[in-house]
Design a protein around this ligand. Sequence first.
Ligand SMILES: [Zn+2]
Length: 195
Amino acid sequence: MPFDFDAVIHKQYDIVPLDRDFIPSKQVAKPHILWVGCSDSLTLETFTLDVLQDEIFVHRNLGNILSNGDLSSESAVAWAVDLLKVEHIVVCGHYGCGLTKSNDPKALYGWSKDIARLHKMNEEFLGEVKDKSDERSHEHRLEEIYTLAEAGWLRRQPNVKEAIRERGLQIHAFVYDRETNSAVRLVEIDEKRET
Ligand SMILES: [Zn+2]
């Protein structure tokens, strides 16, 4: 099932600096966090969250995509949610991600087909970048929408949905910024009202 960009593109969200103890360390050698990141993000998960290496189960691929129906991503989520029973899933995109910027899915044999759709929708909703100075904020917005869509997709998966309902599993959308070596949290306005 593809991303539901329609649902995300109209959503309002806040960009909140990430507190390094946002997910408190338990100081135990048992993973309670699934981290989904991009292969090229150069993000240090343990530094970003200030937890022990043993506390994080990491899945990385090109563009931190879970929704492509590939066995590797599906297995990682199933393992973390159903067997490890993690309490948090972090989907962490990063500003300047080559895959999100790219608009040529053919070169990647369909891996980034959702991103091609995102570019098309983005042009319709945000307009094309006319001014070079707008390029950075435009790219940031793309990455944010993309990461939120990924988190939204994850929340709709049956086993994730059940874990949210039955044991309070939390899904978080982060974007890492290499320039500041820090991450931000994307908090949907509705989500904030509920907490
Ligand atoms: Zn990337």
